[in-house]
Write a protein that binds this ligand. Structure first.
Ligand SMILES: [Zn+2]
Length: 354
């Protein structure tokens, strides 16, 4: 790995430990959350999302193992820990959704129950496999906007090899209640929003919600399903849980006020896209305008607003076929290239905008 990873888990409560890689202004560095049980001797543990690559996952697994020794967190040994805690055993993995940066390493938790929504299967039909993504990175021309973009943002992860693709083996619709040795965990379906099959993880007694990629912090969000009204509704559902702390899919942990601000951004952007659509603005023109008028210039990846505009145009145009994720990524990459070189932005993504 040629990039830094967290040297410790951050304990949000005595039972909830977040792995928060620094992924500002890049793709793929997703957060994971470990939930441990109430009794030190049980070892029962649940993991929310698995990292992009085997190397990242082994790094996370070392920190999880160290939790059993009273180490592995930025807070160090717990006051109530007498040193006899069992090594946490990840018996349950939850995929908040099916993007590879949240699920490619499911296979490195053999024997675990892997839970996602029923609707997540719909997204998995569109998500590139690790081998397909590696092939896309290796085979794209770095002299094109798209090739340069995928090499810059995804090339660092190598060939995504060494991990068998393992899909969820338990699915549900609506809500599902779990118990991790006395810690209540409620899975709540909120998709389609970021993808067709999103869920959030609510830990009511801990005051924590793991939001998956409904939320990005300090970067512009990308959403593949939408429409943006559904993303906004998912944000409201998170706030309805009255959490103390919210873990986004990417970026630092958030407060409820941060979530409200993000929801307002999504709503304002939706209004701007609807105005553009009503005025007959071609999608590439509107996307370029949104990026030029970026309301959050300190956030990374403003070119993702092109994807948000494209999914909203799809909804407004009544397009129901499955989105072309690579086409949407290429559409965004054209605007990133545009910002660097001043050349014309990319064309409308094939099959993505109707
Ligand atoms: Zn993600």
């Amino acid at each position: 790995m040629n990039f830094p990873l967290p040297q410790a888990l951050r304990s949000l409560t005595p039972n909830v430990h977040a792995w928060l890689p620094d992924g500002h202004a890049t793709w793929g560095m997703a957060n994971c959350v470990v939930v441990t049980g109430r009794h030190a001797g049980s070892g029962a543990a649940l993991l929310v999302d698995t990292p992009y690559t085997a190397d990242m996952t082994r790094h996370l697994q070392q920190l999880i193992a160290a939790l059993g020794e009273g180490k592995g967190t930025s807070e160090g040994k717990r006051d109530d820990d007498d040193g006899s805690a069992a090594r946490p055993d990840i018996r349950t993995v939850v995929n908040t959704h099916g993007n590879g940066d949240h699920s490619y390493s499911n296979g490195l938790f053999p024997g675990a129950e892997i839970i996602a929504t029923d609707a997540n299967g719909e997204h998995l039909c569109a998500e590139p496999s690790p081998a397909a993504l590696a092939g896309l990175i290796a085979g794209s021309d770095p002299d094109t906007a798209f090739g340069a973009y995928v090499k810059r943002h995804f090339g660092r992860y190598g060939d995504f090899g060494g991990v068998p693709v393992v899909r969820p083996n338990r699915t549900f619709s609506g809500e599902l209640d779990l118990d991790v040795d006395g810690v209540a965990v409620r899975l709540i379906e909120v998709g389609p929003a970021h993808t067709a099959g999103d869920l959030i993880v609510h830990l009511p007694e801990e005051g924590v919600v793991c939001a998956g990629d409904v939320l990005f912090n300090e970067d512009h969000p990308v959403h593949w399903a939408g429409p943006l009204e559904a993303v906004h509704r998912a944000c409201v559902r998170i706030l309805d849980c009255a959490p103390r702390v919210v873990v986004p899919g990417h970026g630092p942990v958030m407060t409820p006020a941060d979530v409200r601000r993000y929801a307002d951004y999504v709503w304002d952007l939706r209004a701007a896209v609807h105005r553009g659509h009503a005025a007959g603005r071609p999608l590439p023109v509107l996307a370029a305008e949104l990026i030029a008028e970026d309301p959050y210039p300190h956030w990374g990846l403003p070119e993702r607003m092109a994807v948000l505009a494209a999914i909203e145009y799809r909804a407004l145009d009544g397009v129901t076929e499955r989105p072309d994720l690579v086409g949407l990524l290429a559409f965004a990459a054209g605007f990133a290239h545009d910002r660097v070189s001043g050349t014309a932005a990319g064309s409308v993504p094939a099959r993505s905008s109707g």
